[in-house]
Design a protein around this ligand. Structure first.
Ligand code: HEC
Ligand code: HEC
Length: 203
């Protein structure tokens, strides 16, 4: 009897442990509704090479980006924590249900998982810390950090400048970006951009 209980308890423990490790993303949205809501998004995120008008930089790739990070980004644009006039305009009309639906649709664009190697970054001591969260291959090792592999280099540079200047504040990146020199930013951005990973959304 005791043995049976022990087996049951350890089975339950294993299941809980597995759940904790896989950290399921709670996107129960309606992918069809997401596709409709996402139609306007494709006007920028679905065009290869599309740029932000001013300052000029590539619109970030979303195909394969993690759901947790996309949801956080949209909420931050919505509440103004992260400022960008166009993204604020798009996000401000989204309810939490709308965001879940967008995530369900965006998940159909797959997850970035290709691994590429690049030698350049080995010379950058500052990059060693980055991989503890963003992964050596640019894939996040915990759910929240965004995938960097395959992102546009000029967008990564912009993002790092925004953390450095405090324009994108209230998150762990502020401390990590602060110590990077301009040269290191360029090298790290090119390193992650050279990897296979994120893609422009299919139209
Ligand atoms: C007019 C062009 C345009 C449209 C339309 C647009 N976006 Fe964006 N989006 C951008 C730009 C430019 C950025 C980068 C802004 C910044 O630097 O914070 C961005 C950033 C994002 C990010 C953050 C990505 C990251 O890596 O941090 C998400 C998520 C996003 N957009 C989702 C959407 C969704 C969902 C829609 C539709 C509801 C949408 N966008 C519509 C131009 C656009
Ligand atoms: C402790 C974990 C952690 C470490 C270490 C870390 N990051 Fe991040 N990174 C994050 C998180 C979390 C975010 C999302 C922050 C937000 O919401 O803006 C992020 C966001 C980013 C972004 C923005 C991507 C986008 O799509 O907008 C870039 C670029 C980035 N990190 C680069 C780096 C670099 C380069 C390093 C090393 C110097 C580094 N990170 C170290 C956790 C980390």
């Amino acid at each position: 009897m005791d043995i049976l209980i022990n087996i049951r308890t350890s089975a339950a423990f294993l299941i809980i442990a597995a759940l904790l490790v896989t950290q399921p993303v709670a996107a129960e949205g309606d992918a069809e509704q997401g596709r409709e809501l996402g139609f306007t998004c494709l006007g920028c995120h679905g065009i290869e090479g599309q740029r932000n008008a001013y300052p000029t930089f590539h619109v970030p790739r979303l195909g394969g980006q993690g759901s947790d990070y996309i949801a956080t980004a949209l909420r931050h644009y919505r509440d103004g924590t992260r400022s960008h006039p166009t993204m604020h305009a798009h996000a401000s009309s989204l309810s939490d249900d709308n965001i879940d639906s967008l995530l369900a649709w965006l998940e159909t664009s797959g997850s970035a998982s290709d691994i590429a190697t690049a030698e350049q970054v080995e010379g950058v001591a500052a990059a060693k810390i980055c991989v503890t969260c963003h992964g050596a291959d640019g894939q996040g090792v915990v759910p929240q950090p965004p995938v960097l592999a395959g992102q546009h280099a000029d967008y990564l540079v912009r993002a790092l400048h925004e953390y450095k200047s405090g324009k994108r504040s209230g998150n762990v990146m502020v401390a990590f970006a602060a110590s990077l020199s301009e040269e290191e930013i360029e090298i790290i951005a090119n390193y992650y951009a050279s990897q296979d990973g994120l893609e422009t959304l299919d139209r």
